[in-house]
Design a protein around this ligand. Structure first.
Ligand code: HEM
Length: 336
């Protein structure tokens, strides 16, 4: 598919959204993208973009802990999974704003995230950590890093928009994400946001059936966003209060969905969306019980920690996440 980027509106909306997502802060722009990118490089560039905030997560620094209960949905693809055959299970969650800045504004579009761990009777966990963006910015860590590098301020103190546009034009795998950013609106509430896993995972049943899938988490209260003028009137932090009000007045729940992949659907590239007509089944429903405690502060929502029968794909972005989360986890626990 050829994406026709409208440069000026992209700069005013999409790029602005990207910068907000990443919480760009003034810093030097000295990283060259000519070597194999490692997890520490990504953690470092997140900090260059969002600032150095000791003790906070190096991405998604601002967030809200929640707890809830998972009730599985029986279905033909996952029926003998411990995850879906153990009855109701406790859930730890953290809703978040993208970027390394713990003071990020909430009245602008950009990344909202959800880290979710379902606790199994065996003591293990199943993790679902996704963003509101339905497609990733790059096919591999090098492309993602290259894109982030173009967001760093140059000697004028601002990112060089021409350099960024040139990167997007030259790298087709960041274009779908750039197009999404261009149209993104401010989420009205964490409870009215859909979260996408983006990577491909597998489930191997005890009878030998292998299911290739991608997951997304849909809000049962529906997706709601704010128009630009509505968002501008909101305080810079309103998401916790909006969630608290909803939880007091109604049931807040989410349905975890799995799209079942076909042979031609990419297994290793989260910048390539699967066709929307793939069969979808529900894995289960998570109903929120509480929000606002400190319970998720010391949790690492590494998406590669899953329950028996599930395995990750060889997607290089997914593989990069475990070491990056571990570095960030270690740093924040030691107040770096
Ligand atoms: C190479 C790509 C990526 C890197 C290097 C990366 C890195 C990180 C790091 C360092 C953290 C903080 C971890 C911690 O301190 O516990 C984090 C958190 C998070 N990331 Fe990523 N990430 C990547 C891709 C993604 C993708 C593809 C998604 C969505 C599908 C995502 C969603 C999230 C969310 C929701 C959180 C917050 C989890 C929490 O609340 O603890 N990340 N990421």
């Amino acid at each position: 598919m050829k994406h026709n980027l409208n440069t000026s509106s992209f700069i005013t909306s999409g790029i602005a959204a990207s910068l907000i997502v990443l919480g760009a802060a003034a810093s030097s722009n000295a990283i060259a993208a000519d070597k194999q990118v490692e997890a520490a490089d990504l953690v470092e560039i997140f900090q260059k973009l969002g600032g150095n905030h000791p003790g906070f997560r190096k991405a998604h620094a601002k967030g809200l802990c929640a707890t809830g209960t998972f009730v599985p949905s029986p279905n033909e693809y996952f029926k003998d999974a411990a995850l879906t055959s153990s009855g109701s299970l406790p859930v730890s969650m953290r809703f978040s704003i993208g970027g390394a800045n713990p003071n990020s504004s909430e009245n602008t579009p950009g990344v909202r995230g959800l880290g979710m761990q379902i606790k199994l009777p065996s003591g293990g966990v199943h993790t679902f950590t996704g963003n509101n963006t339905p497609v990733f910015a790059g096919k591999d860590p090098e492309t993602f890093f290259g894109f982030l590098s173009t967001l760093l301020p140059d000697e004028s103190g601002k990112p060089d928009m021409a350099k960024m546009m040139a990167f997007i034009q030259a790298n087709p795998s960041v274009q779908a994400s750039a197009m999404w950013n261009q149209k993104a609106k401010t989420p009205a509430s964490f409870a009215n946001t859909a979260y996408f896993g983006l990577h491909t995972f597998y489930f191997d049943s005890s009878s030998g059936q292998k299911t290739k899938f991608r997951w997304d988490i849909q809000p049962d209260l529906g997706v709601k966003t704010l128009e630009k003028d509505e968002a501008a009137k909101m305080p810079t932090a309103f998401l916790d209060d909006a969630f608290a009000k909803q939880l007091k007045d109604e049931t807040v729940s989410f349905t975890i969905m799995a799209s079942i992949g076909e042979a031609e659907d990419s297994e290793i590239d989260p910048s390539q969306q699967w066709p929307s007509e793939r069969p979808q089944v529900a894995l289960g429903k998570v109903t929120i019980s509480t929000i606002g405690s400190d319970a998720c502060k010391n949790t690492n929502y590494d998406p590669n920690r899953m329950s028996p029968g599930f395995t990750p794909s060889a997607d290089p972005i997914l593989r990069m996440r475990s070491p990056a989360y571990a570095i960030s986890f270690g740093k924040r626990l030691s107040n770096q």
